[in-house]
Structures are given as C-alpha cells and as structure tokens.
Design a binder for this molecule. Structure first.
Ligand code: SF4
Length: 239
C-alpha cells in the first residue's frame, strides 16, 4: 500500500466532505486493499470500545478469516471483562494478550500512569504484534476523537516494517454509533451508563466535556491523552 499522501488539511476537509455511506465505502476499500497485500499478516487491534467493534465488523465484511487481538489489563472494569469473554466466544480468532508483571507501586496509575500503561498495555501490544507475525495492524483511531488524535493518517508506517491502518480515521462519533446501530453490532454495556471512551477503571470516568476522551486519566498529566500504543515504538524494544 502507498503511504498516505493527503495533507492534514485535505483529511480534515474529507471529515465533513464525505457522507456516512461514502465513509463506510472508503473504510471497506482501505481494509480490502490492505488484506489483499498482507493476507493473514493483517490483524485488527480490538480494545472492546465502540470504534474497535466497528472496525472489527468492517473487517469481517472483507473476510471472515481476518484475525484480531485484544490487550487487557488487571484494571479493566468487570463489564468490559464480561464483554471480552462474549466477543472471544463469538470470534475465536480474537487472541487475548495481557501482562502479569508486578508493578513497582500498586497505584502506579496515580503516581506514574505512563509507566503503568507501558507495562500493562504497550508491552503486551508489542508481544501481540510479534507473536502474531503482524505486517499491518488495523486500529479504530479517529481524528475527531480528542486533542491527541488530530495528526494521524489513514495509512502510516511509524515503525519500520509495520504498517498501521486507521480505516475509520475520518468518522465522527455519531457515524460510529450510526454504523453500529444499523448493523446490530454488540457493544460494551458501559456505554449505556454514559461513558464515551473506555479504558481501565481507575483511569476512566463519565464526562460531559465536548472532548470525547476527556474522561480518560482525569487528574493526571495524561488527561484526555493516550495509553501509548499509538505513540510509542512497537517494534523497537524486544523484551
Ligand atoms: S489506563 Fe490506567 S490502569 Fe490502565 S494501564 Fe494505563 S495507567 Fe494503568
């Protein structure tokens, strides 16, 4: 696949320039093209949030054989753990990764959330990519989701030899829900409680802020930010 040549401005104009059906077609086309090139080495990262289950459903329209991985942590809410088990039962081709490493501080999420995410999320993601032989990973990242997500591309190569495909980059939050409702996709029950962006329980709160990710890491320097899987190297450090 060619690395995305569109500028940030061109991408932004497409966010409001394309309608819902055009975006769905574009997303399917991106996944189809990548799957033709990478085959079994194309793998979907599934965080069990609304964007991930939309991307997972899109990928399954391209091929039922496409595999995925879930990175879970000891701090996931009970509802997410239950939903994860249901999803894995529906789709046995979803492989679960986690870390049993001990933490230097049981409340590391308060004292050093970046390190906590590195140990519990980023390292298992690296392991998933290595063990599953991933050449192209597919994510549910969207450029309208928050302050840290405005500068991504639909196709990126942040790590050499590892392509990252963000097929719903241009979708609005409303369009994700539109897709999920129209296709009867199962979603994490926490959304019914008012959450808009989901993660580990100590770092996820209900928020009415216009910023969709404002409820993440409230009270820390990471507020509204990222766990690191989209910002740290995924192939460099072998552990
Ligand atoms: S989201 Fe919070 S609890 Fe989960 S790994 Fe990151 S800092 Fe730790």
């Amino acid at each position: 696949m060619n690395i995305e040549k569109l500028t940030s401005e061109q991408l932004k104009s497409l966010v409001d320039g394309l309608n819902f059906a055009q975006k769905v077609d574009r997303s399917l086309g991106l996944i189809r093209e990548a799957y033709q090139e990478f085959g079994d080495r194309l793998v979907v990262a599934n965080s069990l949030g609304k964007d991930s289950v939309a991307v997972w459903h899109l990928a399954k329209q391209v091929s039922a054989d496409i595999r995925g991985f879930i990175v879970t942590t000891r701090f996931k809410p009970a509802e997410t753990v239950k939903f994860m088990k249901e999803e894995v039962a529906r789709y046995p081709e979803l492989k679960v990764f986690s870390s049993d490493d001990s933490l230097p501080d049981e409340k590391l999420y308060q004292t050093a959330p970046d390190l906590c995410c590195e140990i519990l999320k980023v390292r298992p993601t690296r392991r998933a990519i290595e063990e599953m032989g991933v050449g192209c990973w597919v994510t549910g990242l969207r450029c309208t989701e928050g302050r840290t997500r405005t500068d991504y591309r639909e196709i990126e190569e942040r790590d050499q030899g590892l392509l990252k495909l963000n097929p719903i980059l241009l979708w609005h939050e409303r369009e994700v829900w539109q897709y999920l409702a129209l296709n009867g996709v199962h979603v994490n029950p926490l959304y019914a409680q008012g959450y808009r962006s989901l993660g580990c329980w100590p770092c996820t709160h209900i928020s009415n802020d216009p910023n969709e990710r404002a409820g993440r890491w409230i009270g820390t320097s990471k507020c509204g930010g990222e766990c690191g899987i989209h910002t740290r190297p995924l192939k460099e450090e072998k552990r």
